[in-house]
Design a protein around this ligand. Sequence first.
Ligand SMILES: CC(C)(COP(=O)(O)OP(=O)(O)OC[C@H]1O[C@@H](n2cnc3c(N)ncnc32)[C@H](O)[C@@H]1OP(=O)(O)O)[C@@H](O)C(=O)NCCC(=O)NCCS
Ligand SMILES: CC(=O)OP(=O)(O)O
Length: 326
Amino acid sequence: MFEFLINKLKAHPRKIVFTEGTDPRVLEASARLLSGTFLTPVLVGDPEEIQKVAEEIGFNIRGAEIINPATFEDMEKMVAELTALRKGKVTEEQARELLKQGNYFGTMLVKMGYADSLLGGATYSTADTVRPALQIIKTKPGNKIVSSCFILVRPSATGDREVLAMADCAININPTEDELVEIGLETAATAKLFGVDPKMAYLSYSTYGSGKGEDVDKMRGACAKLKAIAPDLDVDGELQFDAAVSPKVAHTKCPGSSVAGHANTFIFPDINAGNIGYKIAQRLGSFDAYGPILQGLNAPINDLSRGCNAQEVYSMAIITAGLCDD
Ligand SMILES: CC(C)(COP(=O)(O)OP(=O)(O)OC[C@H]1O[C@@H](n2cnc3c(N)ncnc32)[C@H](O)[C@@H]1OP(=O)(O)O)[C@@H](O)C(=O)NCCC(=O)NCCS
Ligand SMILES: CC(=O)OP(=O)(O)O
């Protein structure tokens, strides 16, 4: 599934920071990465503690870089840089305190060029993983927001793979109409990277006006705006989930739609719907879930679900570093 990213990394090896260097799942994934030569783990934490956990779980992490914030030789430089970046918001003393935490320290390692990319969130919440990135790394030029997308994969009935994209399940709590347009554009690009030819549904409890209200108008409006700025994108809405994926229901509720019945890329109205929706697909629909993959951020930094396993950490590390700009 991720061969194209591994090949990209083999051509241009990278370093990835893991903010939770003592987490057993992170150490197992690191040991696996170290058996290749394309992605070097940079583990944040106390080297003795990290080594102890690695031995306890029986994984060899020789070759990993370990950086301990407590003894980091460039800490004063980092404090000064963070204070300057957060001028007026963070004092030097506060910067020093923040940098004792793996999430802020790791993000600054990327900002200052000690590593190319970062993966956190095995134990940190999404908010605590993402906040330093939003504050320090910021959005890419041209983007107004950072959003996120999950790539969901399961074997298909034909022996091939079924791949879906879902957004925004992790960052924007109640996106506006315009933010949903940007989320749609970014998600189409992410879906394409993973081989999905997007048929995008703006989801709602209503199909083509069957329900009324602000929430329905928001999804219909976002869909119309996206169609206007990206006429080549196959997008429709507002659609209920059954109309989006079932050709039979689509025939009844919205005949003539080129998306309904065949949607593979889903834009949710808010984070409640999105987060619950992707977890239903993962836990009851037997999809492997990769993400949240951050979109619109000015460096490759990603979050994990705290419910992740070592295989997911390994895959997300490859996705994160593999998405570094050339
Ligand atoms: C992402 C999130 C943490 C940001 O909110 P917050 O911590 O309250 O942060 P603030 O609103 O104080 O913003 C902090 C900075 O990030 C920026 N920011 C916030 N949301 C942003 C977004 N979506 N895109 C880009 N920048 C954003 C702000 O402009 C601010 O920048 P500044 O400090 O330089 O002015 C918050 O939206 C959140 O908790 N989202 C849900 C996360 C979650 O629980 N997901 C479910 C599990 S995956
Ligand atoms: C993406 C997500 O839901 O993260 P967590 O399970 O850590 O809250």
